[in-house]
Design a binder for this molecule. Structure first.
Ligand code: ADP
Ligand code: MG
Length: 697
């Protein structure tokens, strides 16, 4: 049944073992099924013919019918070129060849009409097409107007005649063979409801469209289908968990009441309150919580996390909080320890640099159930870390963790899965969130604590450095502290490190009156920590650092963030860095330093930062600039499966597809109704292929 699409690509006519191996290697395509999903990335419009008089230079490609009047070769040696003068009833133009002249000359016939295709360029008053595609005009040709598919290919494939045209030939053969074997994957009522063309028709039209309108329908259908199955997988996972995974009932609030009454240092924002209610609703429901908490930098996620912990502890369980870096784990530990101590709750820190003897004590206290709060890094995931009863696990800055780590945390409790709260400060556009975290419930803190002044962001060129230094001096004079951040990117690590050290030296010289800290990735953890602590305590006034301080670090008195070589940072990184300031009551500043010459993208990034503080707006621009795959850096759930749909452009299709899935699961949660059988079949096919993939790569 599905056998046909599993056939190896080498068995396709015109391919064979050698080309087959090359296609495997170059395009990662192994089977008929994968080949038929190798979609064109654009089409050349052969549906329209231009007259010579109508040519314009801004046209990408044109198709002209004209007769050759006269042929000549011009120039000598390497400058030699062949020129054919052609005309139609409206005017005259030239065709030129610089290569393969002898071969071309033999084929051209004077006086016969040709269909000529290529990019027109203007020379003086005449248009010229270099190396055009040409075919003698036959009546059949004139009628056969169509869109020529252009396929992604590579130099190595081109060298073996698998250019866009070569692939198109193969595809034509494949489609003919495949057509009777193509099975519908969506039920009739969904096709009708969303006005979708059939899978058969869609695959045919996406490769060889008859007209523009039908091509658009084919695209829509295939994008819808992709989103549909990704969402189906996610929502089924979610359904399984909410229906079948029991969570412990955590409904005691005694500690929380005491904390609110005696210790909380500020009033929660409305948004924080709402999110606490949402989480509490899950925790007491008896079902396992799987919630993503999104909140811009500085919105106060840590307090929400702590409150959830208090509920869990009141209800007799233990809690843990995992952070992506040691600095961040430390900081959470320091921050939460002040509260925990006041409430007499045992709390510990576990990271890579925790001493063996301390570890041992921690392990024991976890097993006995005495340790209520464990803060740490990835070290928490190690198998030796076992709890007596883990009720609540929190992951901070989720974008540094993958789905696999989430699953490892679930496994920490065997009878009941722990409730999970993942927190991220990287605002994610809705489409991306629906795909990456489509299996999670989402809460958003969309409000900053009162009294925060918006950070002022400016762009300065390197030549303004002296003025910037003057500004720094003034701010330190006012009692503030300053970050100066340098890029450190792996490929150019040595250079970057030198840059950083040079920068550090010149800053030490310029600000010899102030104590200065430096922190970078090559330092020992203990040294980093020491320097960081000096800055936190206000002993040093300037912190020179790499992006190790990017996430989470909280020093309210630091009010100036200078980013050196800002053009080299991504948008979300810049936003994170800026989020390190603006945490206290003072007016804060972010100064983005760049060289004078900037690429277009860099300029957009810098301008976006200067224009807005809104993390969601920034995330949208980021998604547009970088595309979704790159944005997350990993092959996380679903995104890797998208062949034709584009998260940055197809949000509306994603929304309808997700709605369709939600409706479907409401009516037929186990997909057992006969009219939905093809959906189950498609899920199985996809599963099988997912397994094949991991074997191959
Ligand atoms: P993030 O969401 O970036 O993790 P934090 O939890 O680090 O933010 O909070 C940033 C700062 O805001 C901290 O100093 C915290 O104590 C403070 N804060 C949190 N909530 C409030 C509030 N409701 N009112 C005033 N300050 C708050
Ligand atoms: Mg935080």
């Amino acid at each position: 049944m599905s056998g046909f699409f599993d056939t190896k690509i080498e068995f396709l006519r015109g391919v064979g073992p050698q080309k087959g191996a090359l296609i495997n290697k170059e395009l990662n395509i192994f089977t008929f099924g994968e080949m038929i999903q190798h979609y064109p990335f654009r089409y050349e419009d052969r549906s329209r013919f231009f007259k010579v008089k109508e040519l314009r230079e801004d046209l990408e490609h044109v198709q002209v019918i004209a007769k050759i009047r006269h042929i000549e070769t011009i120039g000598m040696g390497r400058k030699k070129r062949l020129v054919a003068h052609v005309t139609d009833e409206t005017g005259e133009m030239e065709l030129t060849w610089f290569k393969g002249i002898q071969w071309v000359v033999k084929k051209l016939v004077i006086g016969t009409p040709y269909v000529i295709f290529g990019k027109p360029n203007r020379f003086g008053r005449k248009f010229s097409i270099a190396h055009p595609e040409m075919e003698p005009l036959t009546t059949a040709k004139e009628e056969k107007s169509f869109f020529q598919p252009i396929y992604p290919t590579t130099d190595k494939l081109r060298a073996r005649f698998l250019d866009a045209k070569g692939i198109s030939k193969i595809m034509e053969g494949l489609l003919q063979l495949a057509y009777p074997n193509i099975q519908e994957t969506l039920p009739e009522d969904i096709l009708l409801r969303f006005n979708l063309i059939t899978k058969k028709e869609a695959l045919k039209q996406i490769h060889f469209p008859d007209q523009l309108e039908i091509l658009q329908k084919a695209r829509f259908r295939l994008k819808f289908e992709e989103f549909f199955f990704v969402q189906l997988r996610l929502l089924m996972m979610k359904l399984t968990r909410t229906e079948k995974s029991l969570g412990q009932v955590l409904n005691q609030t005694e500690l929380l009441t005491r904390f609110y009454r005696d210790h909380i240092p500020f009033e929660l924002t409305e948004a924080q309150k709402r999110v606490v209610r949402e989480a509490y609703g899950d925790m007491k429901s008896g079902k396992q919580m799987n919630r993503l908490l999104q909140g811009d930098v500085g919105s106060g996620k840590t307090m929400v996390a702590f409150i959830c912990m208090l509920i869990a502890i009141s209800s007799g369980t233990q809690t843990c909080l995992m952070a992506p870096t040691e600095i961040l784990a430390n900081q959470h530990f320091e921050g939460l320890k002040t509260y925990a101590d006041k409430m007499s709750l045992p709390i510990a820190l576990l990271t890579g640099s925790t001493k063996k003897s301390t570890r041992k004590i921690i392990h024991q206290m976890l097993l006995s159930g005495d340790l209520k709060i464990l803060i740490g890094t990835h070290a928490l995931l190690e198998d030796v870390v076992q709890f007596k009863n883990l009720g609540m696990a929190i992951m901070d800055e989720q974008h540094r963790f993958g789905v696999a780590q989430r699953a490892k945390l679930w496994a920490k409790n065997t009878t009941y899965l722990p409730h999970i709260l993942v927190m991220t400060a990287t605002p994610i556009p809705r489409t991306l969130a629906m795909t990456l975290y489509g299996d999670l419930d989402i809460s958003v803190i969309d409000e900053l604590p009162a009294g925060r002044k918006p950070i002022q962001t400016v762009h300065r060129y390197d030549k303004d450095r002296l003025k910037v230094f003057g500004f720094i001096r003034k701010q330190i004079g006012l009692g503030r502290q300053v970050y100066i951040v340098y890029p450190l990117i792996e490929e150019s690590e040595k250079m970057d490190l030198k840059n950083l050290m040079d920068g550090y030296e010149s800053i030490c010289r310029a600000f010899s009156e102030f104590p200065i800290s430096i922190v970078h990735g090559n330092m020992k953890a203990a040294d980093k920590d020491f320097e960081m602590q000096r800055f936190v305590k206000g002993e040093t006034k300037i912190m020179v650092a790499t992006t190790v301080i990017e996430v989470g670090v909280n020093v309210p008195n630091a009010s100036v963030m200078i980013v050196e070589n800002a053009e080299r940072f991504g948008l979300s990184q810049l936003h994170q860095l800026r989020g390190r300031v603006g945490r206290g009551a003072d007016q804060s500043y972010c100064i983005l330093m760049t060289k004078y010459e900037l690429s277009k993208d860099s300029r957009v990034r810098i301008e976006t930062m200067v224009r807005t503080n809104d993390g969601f707006e920034i995330a949208d621009v980021d998604l547009k600039l970088r595309g979704p795959g790159d944005l997350m850096g990993t092959q996380q759930s679903g995104i890797a499966d998208l062949l034709i749909a584009d998260l940055s452009k197809d949000a509306p299709i994603l929304t309808v597809a997700r709605d369709a899935v939600q409706n479907l699961l409401k009516e037929d949660p186990d997909l057992i109704q006969p009219q939905n059988s093809m959906i189950l079949r498609q899920i199985r096919t996809q599963k099988k292929h997912a397994i094949n993939w991991s074997r191959i790569s």
